[in-house]
Design a protein around this ligand. Structure first.
Ligand SMILES: [Zn+2]
Length: 470
């Protein structure tokens, strides 16, 4: 029976994710379909939009999940293969009461999972745990829903293109990484003016060319070479399910999430003075300062796409973004994280400027910062370590922002330490005005980790040796 095989470990903070055949079985998908259908029904819903990514296991998992939904009385509006933002679009467009995306996002090919929404809101935390309780108790609604096949890819691509406004044609390399964004990238590039080079544009769940995760610079290497060798204006890469992007400028350099946010914020604040803009705790201070300087209201918020979307609704923010490349436009759009839409809004900015993207990047404020640093740490230790660092700092009267871990402001800049919600790591980042300041921040961080019992070799492998220079 399904219940015997259910591993509650797959129910995570923001989504459901497991290894196919190990922690995620067809029985699991079926039980989750029944449980999610039950939850939607308790919320008064009758229909669920269903989409899947291009992984080899996705069609089977989707069928099992769909069967569970129908047995719980849900009508299933099946939209087939597409990126996660297409599911969000479909939920609205088809007026479904809920949405389910079968995706392993950027994880290796043997992973798969679910992103679930009810009433346009991504469920997380306790709501996800409720599914486990429904399965444990076998407390399912019953009924006989129908499957309705729907085609939304064309409508979705047209909605994105509606906001394309390219003042001059651009030459662009696109790398959907053989992931679920491929069919939409094809539709967009067919209609956009200019020259478009698509790499890895065939859906292939084995990801034969590179891992679809644009936060890892090595996955952008093929795109970088294409931009340089073909002398293109820029390159854009998507993660496996199209809700995150990475960007390469015409000099072959990566633009990180917070640098891109600076460009989009400027554009929005010119039209909408006073707009609220949200960015996660990993984001450069220069973004918050720039939004303030341009007359906007910056808000620093917790990392996690579900949490950011909830904060956007609460504050009426026009734009939000995470360092990881999740970008959310409410200005002219729906407010969900859609990397394909964000790409179009970037093309608009580059096309309208007489300068290149590299020039636009070089105008941004200079800082010296680390990328996201990952410190290996057991699941049991990660939260207590952050709590002990926080209490020591607060006792010492440090300027600490504790909305998500600790973000400490000093005369040199800031450093962040937080427990990852998705992996057994502590995540850190430091940013200063100059190298000497950065070394001091890394030292301060290293001392705190050491005082909380993290081994010296673990600290130095994460922070590097140069931190001892100051
Ligand atoms: Zn993703």
């Amino acid at each position: 029976m399904a219940k015997q095989k259910f591993d509650p470990g797959i129910l995570r903070e923001y989504d459901i994710r497991g290894i196919v055949g190990k922690t995620l079985h067809l029985d699991t998908a079926h039980a989750l379909g029944q449980a999610f259908g039950t939850l939607v029904r308790r919320n008064g819903g009758r229909s669920v939009a269903l989409c899947r990514d291009g992984r080899l296991s996705s069609p089977q998992i989707s069928r099992a999940f769909s069967k569970g939904l129908r047995q719980a009385g849900m009508d299933v509006q099946a939209v087939g293969l597409g990126p996660t933002p297409m599911l969000y679009f479909a939920e609205r467009h088809l007026q479904a009461d809920a949405g389910a995306m079968i995706t392993g996002s950027h994880n290796p090919p043997d992973y798969n999972g679910f992103k679930l929404t009810i009433g346009g809101k991504t469920i997380y935390g306790d709501e996800i745990q409720k599914l486990g309780a429904i399965i444990r108790d076998g407390n399912f609604s019953s009924g006989a829903g129908k499957v309705l096949r729907r085609s939304v890819a064309g409508g979705y691509a047209m909605r994105i293109l509606q906001d394309a406004d390219l003042a001059r044609p651009l030459s662009v390399a696109w790398d959907p990484g053989n992931g679920a964004a491929c069919p939409i990238v094809e539709r967009l590039t067919r209609r956009l003016p200019g020259r478009h080079v698509v790499l890895n544009g065939e859906v292939d769940g084995t990801f034969p060319n590179h891992h679809p995760d644009p936060t890892l610079p090595e996955t952008l290497e093929q795109l970088r070479r294409a931009v340089l060798s073909e002398k293109l204006d820029l390159g854009i890469a998507f993660d496996g399910d199209g809700d995150r992007l990475g960007v390469i400028d015409n000099k072959g350099r990566v633009l990180w999430g917070d640098q891109l946010m600076m460009l989009w914020s400027e554009e929005i604040l010119r039209r909408q003075p006073g707009a609220t803009i949200i960015a996660d705790v990993k984001t450069s201070q220069t973004l918050f300062d720039a939004v303030e300087r341009l007359g906007g209201k910056p808000i620093m918020w917790r990392t996690g796409h579900s949490l950011i979307k909830a904060k956007m609704r609460e504050t009426g923010a026009q734009l939000a973004g995470e360092m990881s490349g999740h970008i959310f436009f409410a200005d002219r759009y729906f407010g969900f994280d859609d990397a394909l839409y964000a790409a179009i809004r970037l093309l608009n900015i580059v096309a309208r400027s007489p300068r290149s993207l590299a020039d636009l990047r070089d105008r941004l404020p200079e800082t010296v910062n680390t990328p996201e640093l990952r410190i290996e740490c057991s699941e049991e230790d990660k939260f207590p370590i952050v709590a002990s660092v926080k209490s020591r700092l607060q006792a010492a009267g440090a300027a600490v922002n504790d909305i998500d871990g600790v973000r400490v402001q000093t005369a040199d800049g800031w450093w962040l330490l937080r427990a990852s919600n998705t992996q057994n790591v502590l995540v850190a980042r430091c940013e200063a005005n100059d190298q000497a300041g950065l070394a001091r921040l890394k030292n301060a961080l290293g001392e705190q980790l050491s005082a909380s019992g993290v081994e010296a070799d673990v600290i130095s492998s994460a922070l590097g040796e140069e931190r001892t220079a100051a």
